[in-house]
Design a protein around this ligand. Structure first.
Ligand SMILES: C=C1C[C@]23C[C@@]1(O)CC[C@H]2[C@@]12CC[C@H](O)[C@@](C)(C(=O)O1)[C@H]2[C@@H]3C(=O)O
Ligand SMILES: O=C(O)CCC(=O)C(=O)O
Ligand SMILES: [Fe+2]
Length: 343
């Protein structure tokens, strides 16, 4: 079931089409568990098809997001500045990162969504109904995947990860990114090659949470960092598929599995002539949750790689850092946390 998806080849040395694992959620559970573990160990990223999330719901979510971005700036700004939640243009985080995009960052909790809907939408009931339904569907999908992952890893508690996302106090987020089309007056090539340029939409980073579930329109842009045959790192463009979800492992899951699963570095380019829209659910634990490698993942041969930390402590650290920072390294058991890394 892991089949290579061939993406258009990038015209850059460090950018090469590679096979992205595909997991078909209509297949037998044991097979899926095995494939999910393999994908998360090797790439930290995979695509799911036959996911069961309603097409109508996805289309509604897509269109209310597009509608939001088509509003005049002063209307969008009613969502508040991204501090960290709200509406942002170009600026990402608090430490000088910029990208060619605008975005809306929401807490995934239903009451927070309903509250935001009242200030940013002319039809707040419909807005909160759709967004809450969408969040419920992708949270459920995330939990299913996390349970299969725990089964594949042979953990004693197969709900160890999903419990954190199902918790009433889960700190999960929903992010909607809108990348404007490449300005035709600034053509990079005449042959229509859309990968020739390097307009960064959302710079290189790993996602800090447990799991991320991304869905985009049919416009390319997402790239994941993979290891090439010689151990070199190459950016692999991910062919867009509006009917699928793309899953990536976050830093917390890398820590909880003692480094066995990979929190993949990724980025989004904004080189297309068409506008790109992506919607990402970031599944996170409650703020007070203590994160540390699960006992099942630690052994004398594989000693504990990370010091325990709460999600709240991790967030505090990450907000002091640039987007591209490898923040999980600060919590490695073999290296004391050094504030110089915050430079
Ligand atoms: C520069 C930053 C933006 C970010 C917080 C951070 O300080 C470092 C992590 C960034 C990131 C990446 C994944 C998600 O898009 C995000 C919402 C998250 O949780 O971590 C963003 C943060 C953000 O945009 O606020
Ligand atoms: O918009 C995309 O395709 C990726 C964005 C992303 O990685 C993020 O928002 O964390
Ligand atoms: Fe990301």
């Amino acid at each position: 079931m892991v089949v290579p998806s061939i993406s258009p080849v990038c015209n850059q040395t460090a950018c090469r089409a590679v096979g992205i694992p595909v997991v078909d959620l209509s297949k037998p559970r044991a097979d899926m568990s095995r494939l999910i573990v393999e994908a998360c160990e090797v790439v930290g990223f995979f695509k799911v098809i036959n996911h069961g999330v309603s097409k109508i719901l996805i289309e509604r979510m897509e269109s209310i997001a597009l509608e939001f971005f088509s509003l005049p700036s002063q209307e969008k700004e009613k969502a508040g500045p991204p501090a960290p939640l709200g509406y942002g243009v170009r600026n990402i985080g608090f430490n000088g990162d910029v990208g060619e995009l605008e975005y809306l960052l929401l807490h995934a909790n239903p009451s927070s969504i309903s509250h935001k809907a009242k200030v940013i939408s002319k039809e707040p009931s419909f807005f909160s109904y759709v967004v809450n339904e969408y969040v419920a569907a992708v949270r459920h999908l995330s939990c299913e995947i996390l349970d299969m992952l725990a089964e594949g890893l042979k953990l004693r508690d197969t709900n160890a990860f999903s419990t954190l996302l199902r918790d009433f106090e889960s700190d999960s987020l929903l992010r909607i990114n809108h990348y404007p089309p490449w300005n035709k007056n600034n053509n990079i090539t005449k042959n229509g090659n859309k990968c020739g340029g390097a307009r960064i939409g959302f710079g290189e980073h790993s996602d800090p949470q447990i799991i991320s579930v991304l869905r985009s329109n049919d416009v390319e842009g997402l790239q994941v960092l993979t290891s090439g045959p010689g151990g070199d790192h190459v950016w692999a463009p991910v062919a867009p598929d509006p009917d699928a979800f793309f899953i990536n492992i976050g830093d917390l899951l890398q820590a909880m599995t003692n480094g066995r699963l990979l929190s993949v570095r990724h980025r989004a380019m904004a080189n297309s002539y068409k506008e790109r829209q992506s919607i990402i659910f970031f599944g996170a634990p409650p703020l007070h949750s203590l994160i540390s490698p699960l006992p099942d993942t630690v052994s004398p041969a594989n000693p504990c790689k990370y010091n325990p930390f709460t999600w709240s402590e991790y967030k505090k650290t990450m907000y002091q850092l640039r987007l591209s920072h490898n923040r999980l390294d600060l919590f490695r058991a073999d290296e004391p946390l050094e504030i110089k890394a915050l430079d």
